[in-house]
Design a binder for this molecule. Structure first.
Ligand code: GCU
Length: 598
C-alpha cells in the first residue's frame, strides 16, 4: 500500500471510529440481560400509520400528536383510530397489504405508568429493522441503525405519571451504504421485530458484565462488571450458589471492575452439547441485583482441530435463518426458536450457523439450553460499501452490540464477520479491523467468516482468501453440483486447502420442492437434492482435507425476493432440508444418517 493510500486509509479509520461512537445520537451502551431485570413489557397491539413519503418527520410530525379537544382542531392523522399491529412482529406477515411494503411506518404504544422517584428508566428494543427514531411524549429520546441487534434509550426525563405515548418511526428501506446493502438472499422483514421492554433501574445499576472462563482455562473466570450511575465506585458481589462461591469486588471511578474467580474444578460441570450445564449467577450491588444462567466452557483451536474443553469436536451443523416455520415471518419467541432447533437436533446437529445476522436472543439462549453450539454473524453480506466510514461505523456497532448481548452465552463459539465478500484491498482493511476489534473485545471465542474460493485448477478446488491469516477458523461456501455444474460434477473434483487452521464448510446445498419426485438427475426433485447430499458427503469423506465441521445450506425453505421460478420457488429459496411447512425432504435423512456415524 503506497503512502497516499495508507494515509487515506488512516483517515477513513479515524473517521469511522469517531462515527461509531456517534453512530446514532442517544445510543447508550447496551444493558445486558434485560430479562433478568425489573421491567414492564411493552409488547402487544400498537397502532400504526404508513408513511411512504416520511410526511410525519416534519417539525410538527406524527410524533407530536396535538391535543385534540374539539371538532374544529385541524388534524390529518390519529393513532387512536389507526389500525394495529402486534409488536414484536414484522409488518410484512401480519397484513396481506403489507407483505411487500418497504418504507416508513410509525408505531405507537400508549401505556399507563407510575415512575418512582430516584429510579431510572430505559426502553430496550430487541431489534428494529432497519432504522428507528424513538419518541416519548412528543420528544425524541434516541435512534438506531441496524436491523438485528438490540439497543436501549434513556426514557427517564420524558416518562410521566399516568398515560405515556411511545412512538417509533421505523424505516426498512434498503440502503446502498447499509449493512446489509441493497441486495441479499433473504426477505426484508420490516418493523419492531423483537420484544420491547421498559426497564426500571436504580440511580447506579449493573449495566453490563462478562462472566466466562478465561481463554485456555477450564476453571478460571476472567470477566468484568460495569456499573452505570452517579456512584460508580462501590462493592459488587458475584455469587454462584451451586458452586458455593461468593466474591466481592469494588468498582473503580468509572464503575468498572475486572472479575477474576477460580471455580472449584472438581465440582464444576463444564458446558457441552452432552452436558449443557448452566449455573445461576447473581451479580449484586447495594441497590441492584441481576441474575443470569451461565455456562462455563473453553473453545480454542489446535492445528486443524477445534477443541471444546480441551477435546477435538466435530461441528455437525446446519444453517438457519431467523424465520419461523409454517408462518414464515421473523421469529421473536423461544417457542418458535425451539421448533427449528428441535429439527436441528433431530438431524443430529450439535451446532447451528445462525445466518446471516444476529438472531433473536431467545434463539441463542434456547440453543444453549439444548446443548447446541452457535456461529453468530453480522450482515457484511456480499459487496457492501467497504470504503465508506459510515458503513464501517454501522458494521462495527453491530459487531459491538452482538458481542455485548451474547458474550455470556457458553454455546456461542464463533463470531463471523462476513459472508461471501469479494476480495479487494478495501474489503480486507474493513474486515481486518473488525477481526481485530472482535479479538480485542472477546478473545474467548473464535473468529471466522464465510469466504469465497480460489481454486488451483478446474478440478482441484481450494480456498485462497487474504483474510485467512486473520481468522481463527477458515470457512467457505461451495455449491459444486448446484451452481457449478450438476451432480455429476461433484464426482470430478477434489480439494486441496493448505491452511493449518480448522476448516468449516459454512455452506453447501441444492434446491428441491418437497413432494416433487423424479430421477436423481432432475433438478428440483427431492431425489436430485438427496443425490447431491450423498455425492457431496462422499467427496468430503474421500476427496477433501479433514474438516472440523459444516453447516449445510439450509434447515428450512425461506422467503427470498430473488427466488421467483413459478410453481417451484414462488418467492422461496428451496434449499431447505425441510419445507417452509415442515415437510422433511429425502436429503434430510441422508445427512441425518451421515451425522449419526460421524
Ligand atoms: C449463498 C449465500 C446464501 C444464499 C445461498 C443460495 O452462498 O451465502 O445467503 O441463500 O448461497 O444461493 O441459496
Amino acid at each position: 500500500m503506497n503512502a497516499t493510500k495508507a494515509t487515506l486509509f488512516c483517515i477513513i479509520l479515524f473517521v469511522a471510529t469517531f462515527l461509531q461512537a456517534q453512530t446514532t445520537p442517544g445510543l447508550l451502551p447496551l444493558i445486558q440481560n434485560p430479562q433478568g431485570r425489573h421491567f414492564m413489557s411493552l409488547d402487544g397491539k400498537w397502532n400504526y400509520i404508513l408513511d411512504p413519503m416520511n410526511n410525519g418527520l416534519s417539525a410538527n410530525g406524527y410524533f407530536k400528536e396535538p391535543h385534540v379537544d374539539n371538532k374544529t382542531t385541524f388534524k390529518e392523522y390519529d393513532f387512536s383510530t389507526s389500525p394495529t399491529l402486534n409488536v414484536p412482529g414484522d409488518w410484512n406477515t401480519q397484513n396481506a397489504t403489507l407483505l411487500n411494503y418497504e418504507g416508513s411506518m410509525w408505531l405507537k404504544k400508549a401505556f399507563l405508568f407510575h415512575p418512582q422517584s430516584g429510579m431510572r428508566y430505559f426502553i430496550y428494543f430487541g431489534a428494529v429493522n432497519y432504522r428507528a427514531i424513538v419518541y416519548l411524549n412528543g420528544e425524541k429520546i434516541g435512534e438506531h441503525i441496524g436491523g438485528f441487534t438490540p439497543f436501549n434509550v434513556d426514557a427517564t426525563s420524558q416518562l410521566k405519571e399516568g398515560e405515556n405515548s411511545l412512538i417509533v418511526w421505523v424505516n426498512d428501506t434498503r440502503q446502498a451504504d447499509g449493512v446489509p446493502t441493497l441486495k441479499y438472499d433473504w426477505f426484508n422483514y420490516g418493523g419492531i421485530t423483537r420484544k420491547v421492554r421498559l426497564l426500571e433501574e436504580p440511580a447506579t445499576f449493573i449495566e453490563n458484565y462478562k462472566i466466562q472462563l478465561q481463554k485456555k482455562s477450564l476453571h478460571h473466570v476472567a470477566g468484568y462488571v460495569q456499573l452505570n450511575g452517579t456512584t460508580p465506585s462501590q462493592a459488587v458481589t458475584v455469587s454462584i450458589p451451586e458452586l458455593k462461591l461468593v466474591r466481592t469486588f469494588t468498582t473503580d471511578a468509572k464503575g468498572y471492575v475486572a472479575v477474576n474467580l477460580n471455580l472449584p474444578a472438581k465440582q464444576l460441570i463444564l458446558w457441552s452439547p452432552q452436558t449443557p450445564k448452566l449455573y445461576e449467577v447473581t451479580i449484586a450491588t447495594k441497590d441492584d441485583t441481576v441474575k443470569d444462567d451461565i455456562g462455563f466452557r473453553s473453545i480454542e483451536t489446535q492445528g486443524r482441530d477445534i477443541l471444546l474443553n480441551g477435546k477435538p469436536v466435530f461441528l455437525k451443523g446446519i444453517s438457519i435463518h431467523d424465520e419461523a416455520a409454517y408462518r414464515n415471518g421473523r421469529i421473536f419467541s423461544a417457542s418458535e426458536s425451539k421448533i427449528l432447533l428441535t429439527w436441528a437436533k433431530e438431524l443430529g446437529c450439535n451446532y447451528v450457523r445462525l445466518a446471516h445476522y444476529p438472531h433473536n436472543e431467545d434463539m441463542v439462549r434456547t440453543a444453549e439450553k439444548m446443548g447446541i453450539m452457535v456461529w453468530e454473524e453480522v450482515p457484511n453480506y456480499w459487496d457492501i460499501e467497504w470504503n465508506n466510514p459510515e458503513t464501517y461505523a454501522n458494521s462495527l456497532n453491530q459487531v459491538s452490540e452482538m458481542i455485548s448481548r451474547d458474550q455470556n452465552r457458553a454455546n456461542v463459539i464463533i463470531w463471523s464477520m462476513a459472508n461471501e465478500t469479494p476480495q479487494t484491498p478495501a474489503r480486507n482493511r474493513f474486515l481486518s479491523n473488525l477481526v481485530d476489534y472482535t479479538h480485542t473485545h472477546d478473545n474467548t471465542r473464535l473468529v471466522s467468516m464465510a469466504m469465497l474460493r480460489g481454486d488451483k485448477s478446474h478440478n482441484l478446488l481450494s480456498v485462497n482468501d487474504s483474510m485467512a491469516n486473520k481468522v481463527d477458523v477458515i470457512s467457505f461456501n461451495e455449491y459444486v453440483g448446484w451452481y457449478e455444474g450438476d451432480n455429476s460434477r461433484i464426482d470430478q473434483v477434489s480439494w486441496q486447502i493448505d491452511y493449518n487452521k480448522p476448516l468449516i464448510i459454512s455452506e453447501f446445498g441444492a434446491g428441491a420442492v418437497a413432494g416433487l419426485h423424479g430421477s436423481p438427475t432432475e433438478r428440483w426433485t427431492e431425489e436430485y437434492q438427496a443425490e447431491f447430499y450423498r455425492k457431496t458427503l462422499k467427496m468430503i469423506d474421500e476427496r477433501m482435507p479433514k474438516i472440523a465441521g459444516m453447516s449445510p445450506w439450509i434447515l428450512k425453505d425461506f422467503r427470498s425476493p430473488l427466488r421467483v421460478l413459478p410453481h417451484i420457488q414462488d418467492g422461496f429459496n428451496r434449499k431447505g432440508l425441510i419445507s417452509d411447512q415442515g415437510q422433511k425432504k429425502e436429503a434430510f435423512y441422508v445427512l441425518q444418517a451421515w451425522y449419526k456415524h460421524k
